[in-house]
Design a protein around this ligand. Structure first.
Ligand SMILES: CC(C)(COP(=O)(O)OP(=O)(O)OC[C@H]1O[C@@H](n2cnc3c(N)ncnc32)[C@H](O)[C@@H]1OP(=O)(O)O)[C@@H](O)C(=O)NCCC(=O)NCCS
Length: 149
């Protein structure tokens, strides 16, 4: 069962960078580094937030407001806290921000073999918007997905 009341969403700040980069390392084969997250929280059109419970990091999201909508660059939940609504709450936070912009659209790229993420994005109402053949370094295709808010 989702216990949303235990998940607190807030902006990512300097004091979160170490723990975010640590979690990133455990999740992604080609992780962003501390410095990458630092750039994201400083870039003027950036939007980065974290999910936490009692100061424990549960997940994070990085996005950028572009001319044609908000691009979701990263979203991840701590493996211990998956299927509890963490990523849904992070996506809702990004959606609120994007919905208030002149171009209320979310878009992203996801590896075609990332079943968990594909299921998650579908659950959030994203629809496929084209395939990029061999987009990733290992030759995996990427799927573009989008959601009109
Ligand atoms: C994809 C990911 C962000 C989902 O995070 P999460 O916090 O577990 O997602 P939620 O709990 O909000 O899930 C919402 C819905 O997404 C779908 N979903 C999420 N994980 C799923 C899974 N493993 N299998 C099937 N459906 C899944 C379900 O419909 C779920 O609703 P339900 O719990 O009522 O069934 C998480 O699995 C993750 O961090 N994966 C590794 C990083 C990654 O691949 N990020 C995306 C890169 S493009």
């Amino acid at each position: 069962m989702h216990r949303r009341d235990r998940i607190h969403i807030r902006s990512m700040g300097d004091s979160d960078l170490l723990s975010v980069a640590d979690l990133e390392k455990d999740i992604f084969p080609h992780p962003w580094k501390n410095q990458d997250f630092m750039s994201e929280i400083r870039i003027p059109n950036g939007f980065s937030c974290i999910a936490e419970n009692n100061s424990k990091l549960m997940g994070y999201l990085c996005a950028r407001q572009m001319a044609d909508g908000m691009e979701i660059l990263k979203i991840a939940s701590h493996p211990k806290y998956r299927k509890q609504g963490v990523a849904t709450l992070l996506m809702e936070e990004a959606s609120r921000k994007a919905a208030a912009s002149p171009w209320p659209v979310l878009f992203l790229e996801v590896a075609c073999n990332n079943t968990e993420a594909l299921n998650f994005y579908r659950s959030q109402g994203f629809i496929p918007n084209g395939i990029r053949k061999g987009y990733y370094p290992d030759g995996t295709d990427a799927m573009n997905m989008m959601k009109h808010l």
